[in-house]
Design a protein around this ligand. Structure first.
Ligand code: F6P
Length: 341
């Protein structure tokens, strides 16, 4: 059996742990051969591969990024893209493909499955917004990094009696802001699911200063003011139709300063949340996903995605992962709001 592996979309700490686990078990226990596809769907689309054997995966468990490279190439947007992939996979003698990615990458995997190709999916995103899995690897690492940043912002905010805003990733779902904000004791958390009321945010800031502390606001890049628009960097779209986010933190600082007279500054964590070594939780989850993905290949369980359910790894239909996004339920936001202001 020849198994292709690819990693698509925004990278995520833990991708290498998945690759290592699938390759190690696949070769040692089942005698499979592996082919690494470069840069997400660009690999199968253009037939760009790299060797993927035991030597290639040695030492990569703690390494961030992906040894295969990643991209947001969308073959569905390319004329005859799916047919080209099918031809290349056939020419390379690929019997099965493990696609590691988020909603976009797995959406393409679902399409390939409909065309009869043998695909197994592995969910990944630091945003933790994929349905059908309780957690995705990369999320714990991002939250750990953002929490440490908030801890550091507290002390400098208090020294200078200013408001510090921490902008974190989270395009459609506020999981990173919710968890890092709770863990870091932020005085306000703003997420895409709950458009915020500027008067309320000003109220939190003022009450925090009254208590002789300096306010910290943790905001998702996708958060937006009630009745207002998403703040974007520019209007250019990637191949999956996403705009570049970031800017809400700066917007908030300007508004808060204008309304309260207190100085406000913003720290945008950006790609720092996605880079570097995965936490132990993410290494274990990614490793278990990798081991279970190769089991699904062995069982011929095509069109499935491995997922975390409680503490078990289960298999779910690929389309269950990509159909609806897993957003923050309002009860979770209300729970966190006990500490706002
Ligand atoms: O989808 C994951 C994510 O990290 C989002 O939170 C963020 O908006 C996006 O990727 C940024 O992606 P890139 O840096 O690849 O444009």
């Amino acid at each position: 059996m020849r198994v292709g592996v690819l990693t698509g979309g925004g990278d995520c700490p833990g991708l290498n742990a998945v690759i290592r686990a699938s390759v190690r078990r696949g070769i040692s226990d089942y005698g499979y051969e592996f082919v690494g596809f470069r840069d997400g769907w660009r690999g199968p689309l253009e037939g760009v591969t790299m060797p993927l054997d035991i030597a290639a995966v040695r030492g990569i468990l703690p390494r961030g990024g992906t040894i295969l490279g990643s991209s947001r190439t969308n073959p569905i947007k390319v004329e005859g893209g799916i047919e080209r992939i099918e031809r290349n996979l056939k020419d390379l003698g690929i019997d099965a493909l493990i696609a590691i990615g988020g909603e976009d990458t797995l959406g393409v995997a679902t399409k390939l499955t409909e065309h009869g190709f043998h695909v197994v999916g592995v969910p990944k995103t630091i945003d933790n917004d994929l349905s059908a899995t309780d957690y995705t690897f990369g999320f714990d690492t991002a939250v750990t990094i953002a929490t440490e940043a908030i801890d550091r912002l507290h002390t400098t905010a208090e020294s200078h009696h200013r408001i510090l805003i921490c902008e974190v990733m989270g395009r459609h779902a506020g999981w990173i802001a919710l968890h890092a904000g709770m863990a870091g004791g932020a005085n306000g958390i703003l997420i895409p699911e709950v458009p915020f009321d500027m008067d309320e945010v000003v109220g939190w800031v003022e009450s925090r200063f009254k208590a002789s502390y300096a306010p910290i606001i943790c905001v998702s890049e996708g958060a937006l003011p009630a009745g207002g628009n998403l703040v974007t960097k520019d209007q250019t779209l990637d191949a999956f139709g996403h705009v570049k986010l970031s800017g809400i933190g700066e917007w908030l600082a300007t508004e808060i300063e204008a309304r309260t007279g207190y100085e406000a500054r913003t720290t945008v964590l950006g790609h720092i949340q996605r880079g570097g070594t995965p936490t132990p939780f993410d290494r274990v989850l990614a490793t278990r996903f990798g081991l279970n993905a190769i089991e699904a290949v062995k069982d011929g369980d095509w069109g499935k995605m491995v997922a975390l359910s409680g503490t078990d790894i289960v298999r779910v239909p690929l389309e269950a992962a990509t159909g609806v996004l897993k957003t923050v339920p309002i009860e979770r936001y209300v729970e966190a709001s006990a500490f706002f202001g």
